[in-house]
Ligand binder design. Structure first.
Ligand SMILES: [Zn+2]
Ligand SMILES: [Zn+2]
Length: 106
């Protein structure tokens, strides 16, 4: 699987608190499959409110799901509103940019 943010970078499997996640060595982002995320972060922490497609931010072109290529939706975390996650509407996997996981799980 390729990193949704760094187009040419392969994700590598890595253990994180006892489960396997896919991590990008370049941007330090982490991909969680739906089942994996639920085991690390209460699913409630991942908001349902989409920010919509237009975001003025510096931050990027929208990512694409590394599993199925679907455009990721940007959603707020319910736990920490300053954390914006990218969620796949198709497989419900979630991408956290480098450092975001730590901000949800201090
Ligand atoms: Zn990356
Ligand atoms: Zn997907």
């Amino acid at each position: 699987m390729n990193c949704p943010k760094c187009s040419e970078q392969e994700l590598s499997s890595q253990g994180l608190r006892g489960i396997e996640v896919d991590r990008c060595s370049q941007c330090q982002g982490v991909w969680f499959d739906e089942a994996e995320l639920g085991r690390l972060i209460d699913d409630q922490a991942v908001g349902g409110r989409s920010l919509g497609g237009r975001d003025s931010g510096l931050d990027r072109h929208p990512g694409q799901c590394p599993r199925d290529g679907t455009a990721l939706l940007r959603v707020y975390s319910k736990w920490n509103r300053s954390v914006v996650l990218d969620r796949c509407p198709e497989c419900r996997g979630v991408w956290l940019d480098g450092g975001e996981f730590q901000r949800l799980n201090p």
